[in-house]
Ligand binder design. Structure first.
Ligand code: UGA
Length: 448
């Protein structure tokens, strides 16, 4: 099917590339001409494992192209996926101006039937707004449908998540829209594609995928409720971690013990310095705002948010307990991205810690395997280092902010010898406490 994807951020680019990979003819559009220029050269403007390989392959097969011109993208497309950003406004609500602007243009440039698919994370009832905007701005004889198709992929694992989702959710108003979306996702639903990561039949994740068909409002709510629930799980285990510290219990064991109950599940029970990224923090904020506008005070989610904010304070307290004042002391941060396998630093707990430390007069060194470029641009006061060893040099404490694989295999003896004082705050419980103590570190984890 001819598909247009509007917006080549994380979600848009992965969606476009993966839809091409499963056999569709996809044109991706973005108003950022520099991004499009890079993509036309088959390079990618973000770090996402496996993505570049797929861009090259699908470009070469003639199934994937890029343009900065929205009219070019829309003209031949039957389905138009809207994947533009919905960043938070100052009051926490999602900024929907990009969605509205794009919808107007789609309406203006459409000269044949279009299925407009919202993929960006949007507040409930945005679909109705898109429909209204289309009705106002389209040529009267042009037919269209609106659908919601929320995305659940995780940064860093996106190319694996897209073809192997736990479920596909589509919110539609009629059978025509449902059938088109069924056709688009048929290869994934029936597992009728070659896994882009694991070749041939060796992919253990290949299985039939449930398709959930709902109305548009329910599909939009499924996305909000999913992200909120995940955030709630993280804040819950972080609260338990604090109680573990008060009682001498170990949060790893507690998480294991409760996670084996299938009704609870083992995922998203890793205690640490809290959730970051461009999705969970902003989605919760906007969900709280939407529900408030609807007349419901979502106290539970406000608490989830509060617990998350407190994670940073807790880390600073751990440092102060050991080092007393932080003024003039050099602290190293290992990991700057909000989680491993991404260069994304948006709402990263690591950078919140950096800001906190700088405010207290500390000297902050930092290193990340992939996020250095982005971090250097945004936070100029941090002293950026070439690797973990240089970061450790002359520090009085190291904080592990992101559990990158590369940090697990460091020569910790050497790290210790480089530090002024061998104190480690393991903000992700990545290391084995006993081993670190054996090497000679004073080690503090989260709830262990
Ligand atoms: C999240 C959701 O997991 C995706 O399903 C969703 O599609 C996406 O948001 C989105 O709305 O676009 P993502 O933000 O990529 O995905 O990252 P997660 O893997 O959810 O991690 C979010 C944060 O929670 C990270 O900072 C991570 O370190 C933290 N986390 C995660 C924990 O602190 N503990 C855990 O047990 C799990």
């Amino acid at each position: 099917m001819n598909i247009a994807v509007i917006g080549v951020g994380y979600v848009g680019l992965v969606t476009g590339v993966c839809l091409a990979e499963i056999g569709h003819k996809v044109i991706c559009q973005d108003s950022d001409e520099e991004k499009i220029r890079v993509l036309k050269e088959a390079r990618i403007p973000i770090y996402e494992p496996h993505l570049e390989k797929l861009v090259v392959r699908n470009k070469n097969k003639g199934r994937l192209s890029f343009t900065a011109n929205l009219q070019d993208a829309v003209t031949n497309a039957i389905a138009v996926f809207i994947c533009v950003g919905t960043p938070p406004l100052e009051n926490g609500e999602a900024d929907l101006s990009a969605i509205e602007a794009v919808t107007r243009k789609i309406a203006r440039f459409s000269s044949s039937y279009k299925l407009i698919v919202e993929k960006s994370t949007v507040p409930v009832q945005t679909g109705l707004w898109v429909e209204r905007t289309m009705n106002i701005h389209r040529s009267k004889n042009i037919d269209f449908d609106v659908a919601s198709n929320p995305e659940f992929l995780r940064e860093g694992q996106a190319v694996c998540d897209f073809p192997h989702p736990d479920r596909i959710v589509i919110g539609v108003q009629n059978e025509k829209a449902e059938n088109l979306l069924r056709e688009i996702y048929e290869p994934i639903i029936n597992c009728n594609f070659n896994c882009p990561i694991h070749s041939g039949n060796s992919c253990s994740e290949n299985e039939l995928v449930p398709l959930i068909v709902t109305d548009i409002n329910s599909a939009e709510l499924i996305k909000h409720a999913s992200n909120s629930f995940l955030a709630m799980k993280i804040s819950f285990i972080n609260a338990i971690a604090d109680i573990c510290e008060m009682t001498g219990a170990n949060v790893r064991d507690v998480a294991h013990g409760i996670g084996l109950d299938k009704r609870i599940g083992r995922d998203f029970l890793r205690a640490g310095i809290g959730f970051g990224g461009f999705c969970l923090p902003k989605d919760i904020q906007s969900f709280i705002k939407i529900t408030k506008r609807l007349g419901y005070d979502f106290k539970l989610l406000r608490e989830v948010e509060k617990i998350n904010e407190q994670r940073i304070v807790k880390v600073i307290e751990k440092l102060k307990r050991k080092l007393s004042t932080l003024k003039g002391k050099t602290i190293g941060l290992l990991g700057l991205s909000f989680k491993p396998d991404t260069d994304d630093i948006r709402f990263s707990p690591a950078l919140k810690i950096a800001q906190f430390l700088l405010k207290q007069g500390a000297i902050v060194k930092g290193y990340d395997p992939e996020a250095m470029g982005k971090a250097e641009k945004e936070f100029t006061e941090v002293l950026y280092c070439k690797n973990a060893y240089q970061t450790a040099e002359k520090t009085e404490a190291l904080i592990i902010c992101t559990e990158w694989e590369e940090f697990k295999n460091l020569d910790w003896k050497q790290i210790k010898s480089l530090m002024i004082y061998p104190f480690i705050v393991d903000g992700r419980n990545m290391l084995i406490k006993e081993q670190m103590i054996k090497v000679g570190f004073e080690y503090v984890g989260i709830g262990i």
